[in-house]
Every structure is written in structure tokens, then in C-alpha cells.
Ligand binder design. Structure first.
Ligand SMILES: Nc1ncnc2c1ncn2[C@@H]1O[C@H](COP(=O)(O)OP(=O)(O)OP(=O)(O)O)[C@@H](O)[C@H]1O
Ligand SMILES: Nc1ncnc2c1ncn2[C@@H]1O[C@H](COP(=O)(O)OP(=O)(O)OP(=O)(O)O)[C@@H](O)[C@H]1O
Ligand SMILES: [Mg+2]
Ligand SMILES: [Mg+2]
Lengths: 259, 259
């Protein structure tokens, strides 16, 4: 039975994809069998692992959740990391999501699909920045929920919506959730201290690891001039604040949510 | 006939709300009659203008686009800026959007509603980070499209999707679009230069104004300890890089898209 972790926050740009790709790659490098499911039609996790889905005719998660009803195992791609497989996404998923909205048991389509794959210690799901049918499917599947959030006004506003949506979806089923503080900066003490005060009622849900805002992390998601594929910062040969932070996240996830 | 400007980018966290609130407030301060429509169920533009919608029983854009069919004029709120009115949003808009999906002419609901209000020089629409029925409605209404984007890998990926969606929606109708570079930093020359090279084919679409990443802008969206409402940085009494940049944006919009 694998651990399924949904990486979610309906606020845009809080570091969900960066966290999903680095957590998945980092756990795989530690020897765990990992599946990363890209549930965002914009397919940023797919690009982040160096797969240019536009250039291929390959089927994606869209054909698994849609009327084609392909088995999940049929669309899995190898990545440069031996223990990491990817279920890629593409823009067709946006249309599939609209069609899913009118199906019976639309909330459990992904859960039924995941139940048929075996051999993974961790399944990581990257979500898009809305609480639509795709995100609800991720929350239904996952027993662990990781919420990347910045120490910023707008990012904190939506947390109570997300937590009450989660509560109503889980309806008594066991689950665990944690907040990951991302893009933490050295300046702006006043603002960040204010944000931490706002989070005080749920401070025991905040992971110890904090991801700093670093240029190296921003650069790691930018294709270079040469056709080298993107490499998640956690796997970088050099040690920097960004790679150290994501390695510490991998360690903390292994402690709190062992396979 | 007012100028309708949609602020849109399906990538999350590119500075759409920050730009919508500051452009609207800046144009109003120059004496133009402005309406800001919050089309994001997360209602960040509504909070950004100091309206705590959770505390009120007020109707929002959700009741205008939904089956209640309220006139837009009935939900407009005054703001601290004399020439600026707000059409607030709230989380109910997410459910309204799902119901809109099955209506006939679902793409033109907002256009019909806006046609009935008068007296505004500019109508600014803040969009959520997806290309769903709400964003399509904004694109159908707007004759000007402003696309805030960061000089970052993921943000550039989605531009071609957005531009082809726009092309198919407008289907021959006149419109104009511009890109606004946001959160531009002093470091990371290599990454930003690479990003500008990727944008080269559409470089004449990039506005001259570039919005720097500043702590003052980030702080301007964070509620303080005291109950003072949030003030858009463009209206700040002190002059700083953030307020100057947004004042330059107001000027450039008035030049390129006069009322
Ligand atoms: N710790 C960091 N330091 C610097 N830049 C970062 C960091 N984390 C993420 N970024 C950058 O911030 C932007 C947003 O990150 P990312 O795309 O991972 O967020 P997201 O929550 O997945 O966004 P969306 O809501 O669009 O899915 C990206 O350009 C990314 O490269
Ligand atoms: N120029 C800037 N300098 C520093 N911080 C900024 C700047 N512009 C925006 N921000 C901050 O970045 C975050 C994202 O900005 P904003 O919420 O405006 O983006 P958005 O595109 O509206 O996001 P969403 O996709 O969730 O709607 C916010 O915390 C905001 O305060
Ligand atoms: Mg993402
Ligand atoms: Mg926004």
C-alpha cells in the first residue's frame, strides 16, 4: 500500500510544482519507488522532469481519466531517475476535467485508477491552483496532504477554505496535513513575522523545513540554451541553500510519513 | 463606451491581482471613472481593496452571473478612492461557474451584464489562474488584454496556449494585447536574459514598464496588526520603486489605450 501525498494550494504560484518535482526526485534518489502524477493541464511537473509532451504523441493522464479509460500503467514514463516514474499531463486534461464533472462518482475516478497500480512506496500528485473536480480527486486519493504556502497576505487567505473543503471530503476518514513554508526571504522580517502570527493557531502543522527563495531554484526551472533537460535542484551536484532545503524536506517527510 | 481590460494569465502567482488593483486605483486617482470586477472566487482583488467580504452578507458578482440574475449596478461597492467602484467576488462564484458551464451562450454572460452599466471610462477584470468559463467570459468582454508574466520558466510555457485561446475566442473581432513583466529582480541576470530571448518573437508586445520585485509591494498586501485597510502601493504617500513602477504602468496604459 503506497503513501499518496497531494501537493495542493488553490492560491497560484506558491511552489506546488517545484515542491512536487523535488520531493518526488529526492525520495527516489533515497531508493524509494516513486510515482509522480501531474494533475495540472498546464503540465509544469511534466516539463520540470524534462519531458516535452508537446513534441510527443504519447497518451497522458487525460486519456486515463477520460472516456478512453486507459490503464494508468500504460502511460507511465521513465525519468532520468531510476526509481521515479511520471504520469504526464497535457492541455487535453482541461477538457477531460469538464467532462468528468457530469460523471457519477466523479470524485473517485482517480482513486479507482490508482488502486490498480502496484510497486510504489510513494505517489505524489501535483495539483493546479483551483479546487475543481481534479483537485477534489487528488484529495480523495491522498492520505497525506502537503500545502506549500508563502508568508504573504493572499496566500494565507485561502487556507481556511482549503482546510474546510478537505474536512468535508474526508468526512471521518483518517488523513494528515502539513504546511510547507516556501520562498522564505532574508528581508521582510516584519511581513513574515506578521504572517507567522496569522498562522499561529495551526503552528504545529508547519513543517520544520522552510524553503528559502533562491535564484538557483528559479534557474533550475528555466530551460537552458543547450538541450540539456531540466534537473530538479534536489539532485544538483553542488550543494546550495535550495538543494539543502529540499533534501531536508525529503528527510522530514520520511520521518513523519514513512513508506 | 468604456475600455474593458482583462488581466489574465493561467499561470498562478504572476502578479495579476497586484496589477489589477494598482492599475484600477492608479487610473481612478488620475480622475478616470473605473470599475474593478473581481472574477476570481478567491476574491483577492476584493480583499486587496480592503473589503472583508466574509464579514458581510452583501451580494457579489456570483449573484449577477448566477440564477439570481441581479443587475451589476446593484452589487457595486464604493472604495476609499472616489472614482473607483468594485464588483466584489466570493467563494460562491466557484459553484456559479460550474452552473454557467451548461448554459447556452455561456461565454457571453458577463458581456450582456456589463453592457447595462454606464459611466465608466475603464473596466478592469481580475481573472483566476485557469482558462475556464469565467476567464473565457472576461476575454469575450475585453477589447484589451494585459498579461502579467514573470521572467521564469513555467510562466513562459503557457503563453502560447493563452494566445491561441484568445485568437479563437476573438475570431476576427478587433483586440489588442500586451505583456507586463512582473517581479523583475536585480540578480539572476542569466535567467532573465534567457527568458527575454524566449520572448523575442513577441518583443514588440512587451510594455516598457517593468514591475520590480520589492518588499514594499509584498507588504502592501499583508493586513497589518491594526485594522487599517490595505492600500494599493500606487496610492502610497511615499515614493518607492514599486509605486513608481505602477504609476508608470498607469501612464503607459493611458497612452496606448486611451479612454
Ligand atoms: N524557493 C524558490 N525560490 C525561488 N523561486 C521559486 C521557489 N519556488 C518556486 N519558485 C519559482 O516561483 C514560481 C512559482 O513556482 P511554482 O510554479 O512551483 O508554483 P505553483 O504553486 O506550482 O504555481 P501554479 O499555481 O501556477 O501551479 C516559478 O517560477 C518557480 O520557478
Ligand atoms: N512586484 C512584486 N514584488 C513583490 N511581490 C509581489 C509583486 N507582485 C506580486 N507580489 C506578491 O506575489 C504574490 C503573487 O501575486 P498575485 O497574488 O498578485 O498574483 P496572481 O497572479 O494574482 O496570483 P493567482 O494566480 O493566485 O491569482 C503575492 O503574494 C503578491 O503579494
Ligand atoms: Mg504548479
Ligand atoms: Mg490573483
Amino acid at each position: 500500500m503506497s503513501r499518496t501525498i497531494a501537493i495542493i494550494n488553490q492560491k497560484g504560484g506558491t511552489g506546488k510544482t517545484t515542491t512536487a518535482v523535488n520531493l518526488a526526485a529526492g525520495l527516489a534518489r533515497q531508493g524509494h519507488k516513486v510515482l509522480l502524477i501531474d494533475l495540472d493541464p498546464q503540465a509544469h511537473a511534466t516539463y520540470g522532469l524534462g519531458v516535452d509532451i508537446d513534441e510527443t504523441e504519447l497518451p497522458t493522464i487525460s486519456e486515463v481519466l477520460g472516456e478512453e479509460n486507459l490503464p494508468l500503467a500504460d502511460i507511465l514514463l521513465d525519468t532520468s531517475e531510476e526509481n521515479l516514474k511520471l504520469a504526464p499531463s497535457d492541455i487535453r486534461l482541461a477538457r477531460t476535467a469538464r467532462l468528468m464533472d457530469s460523471r457519477t462518482f466523479r470524485e473517485s475516478v482517480l482513486k479507482k485508477v490508482i488502486a490498480k497500480v502496484e510497486g510504489f512506496d510513494y505517489i505524489i500528485i501535483d495539483c493546479q491552483p483551483t479546487l475543481d473536480v481534479l483537485s477534489v480527486n487528488a484529495l480523495v486519493c491522498a492520505d497525506k496532504i502537503l500545502i506549500p504556502t508563502q508568508l504573504a497576505g493572499h496566500a494565507l487567505k485561502g487556507l481556511s477554505d482549503l482546510l474546510s473543503t478537505l474536512e468535508s471530503i474526508k468526512n471521518g476518514d483518517p488523513y494528515d496535513w502539513r504546511i510547507l513554508l516556501t520562498m522564505v526571504t532574508g528581508h521582510g522580517e516584519e511581513r513574515q513575522a506578521q504572517a507567522v502570527r496569522i498562522l499561529d493557531p495551526i503552528k504545529d502543522r508547519i513543517l520544520e523545513t522552510r524553503i528559502p527563495r533562491t535564484e538557483a531554484i528559479e534557474r533550475s526551472q528555466m530551460e537552458g540554451e543547450s538541450d540539456e533537460p531540466l534537473i530538479p535542484i534536489v539532485l544538483s551536484k553542488t550543494s546550495n541553500r535550495g538543494s539543502q532545503a529540499y533534501r531536508s524536506l525529503v528527510k522530514e517527510v520520511l520521518e513523519k510519513w514513512p513508506a
